[in-house]
Design a protein around this ligand. Structure first.
Ligand code: R5P
Length: 271
C-alpha cells in the first residue's frame, strides 16, 4: 500500500503561499490534491494546466512546494479567471492554451465522478475552458473530497448537469431540455447580482437534472446534448481522465484509475 503525503510540521513558505493546517472537508480536499500532484506533476513536466474550484488551490500549494528551481522552467495554463488569479498570485508563469495547445498534465476539481471516471463539472461555471484543457492534456486528473465519489452520476450531485449556452439561445435550449428528460432544467441565477450567472466566456449556464436512466449512460446523453444548437459545452466529462483522487474523512485517499482499478492509500501520519 502506498502512502499519501503528510503536512510539514512547520509552516512552509514559498512565493506568497504559507501552508496552514486545515480541518474537516478542506483536509480531505488537500489530501486528494497533494497526492495527485505528487503522483502526476513530475519534474520533467513543463506545461501544466490548473483547473477551477475550491480544491485546486491545494494543487497550486503542492506545486509550489516542489520548489522555485523546478517551477521557474514551467508554464501554467488556467481554466478560467479563478485559476488565472491563483497562478498570478503564486508568482508562477502564466500561459495560454492557444500558445501551448498540448499540455503535459492538467489537474482539476470535479462535482461528481462515477465508477468509470465519467464526471459532472461546472459547478463554478468553468466547464468550457476546463474541457479544452482536459482534451489538450496528455494526462488529465481530477481531485475532490469523498462527497464527490459516486457510482452513478447524479446520485450525490442533485443540481443537474451544468450546460453553457449562448445567451441569445437560452430559452429555446431550455425548452428543448424540458422535452428530452429534464423538465426542471433552469437558468442558473446569480446570488449577488440581479439576473443570470455569466460565465468567463460571457455565456449563460443552465443546470439540467436528468433521471438516473439517462445519467447511467453519460456519454450517450452528452452526445445528445451536444447536438442542440445554442449549447456551447456540457459539464459531462466522459472517457477523459487518467485518474480521480478523493480525500477521505479518515485521512486516506481513494484513487480510481482509468480501466477500473481502485486504490486506497493511507496517510503516514496525521495531516
Ligand atoms: O466549474 C467549476 C469546476 O468544474 C470545479 O472544478 C468543480 O465545480 C469542483 O469544484 P470544487 O473543487 O469546489 O468542489
Amino acid at each position: 500500500m502506498s502512502t499519501v503525503p503528510t503536512l510539514p510540521v512547520h509552516c512552509y513558505r514559498n512565493a506568497e503561499v504559507t501552508i496552514k493546517p486545515v480541518e474537516g472537508i478542506e483536509k480531505s480536499k488537500r489530501l486528494a490534491a497533494w497526492t495527485a500532484v505528487d503522483n502526476h506533476v513530475l519534474p520533467e513536466h513543463k506545461i501544466i494546466g490548473i483547473g477551477s474550484g475550491s480544491t485546486v488551490p491545494y494543487v497550486v500549494e503542492r506545486i509550489l512546494a516542489q520548489g522555485r528551481a523546478v517551477n521557474k522552467n514551467r508554464v501554467f495554463i488556467p481554466t478560467g479567471f479563478q485559476s488565472k488569479q491563483l497562478i498570478v498570485e503564486a508568482h508562477l508563469t502564466l500561459g495560454d492554451v492557444s500558445q501551448y495547445p498540448v499540455l503535459d498534465v492538467t489537474i482539476d476539481g470535479a462535482d461528481e465522478v462515477d465508477r468509470s471516471l465519467n464526471a459532472i463539472k461546472g459547478g463554478g461555471a468553468c466547464q468550457l475552458q476546463e474541457k479544452v484543457l482536459a482534451e489538450a492534456a496528455t494526462t488529465w486528473v481530477m481531485v475532490a473530497d469523498y462527497r464527490k465519489n459516486s457510482e452513478i452520476l447524479g446520485a450525490n450531485w442533485k443540481q443537474g448537469i451544468p450546460i453553457e449556452v449562448v445567451p441569445f439561445a437560452y430559452a429555446g435550449v431550455l425548452n428543448h431540455l424540458h422535452h428530452i428528460g429534464s423538465p426542471n432544467a433552469a437558468l442558473r441565477m446569480a446570488k449577488m447580482k440581479a439576473g443570470p450567472v455569466v460565465s468567463d466566456n460571457a455565456n449563460f449556464i443552465i443546470d439540467a437534472p436528468f433521471p438516473e436512466s439517462q445519467m447511467k449512460e453519460p456519454a450517450k446523453l452528452l452526445t445528445q446534448l451536444k447536438l442542440i444548437t445554442g449549447i456551447v459545452e456540457v459539464g459531462l466529462f466522459c472517457n477523459m481522465a487518467k485518474a480521480a483522487y478523493f480525500g477521505n474523512e479518515d485521512g486516506t485517499v481513494t484513487v480510481k484509475w482509468e480501466g477500473g482499478r481502485v486504490d486506497q492509500v493511507s496517510a503516514k501520519s496525521e495531516a
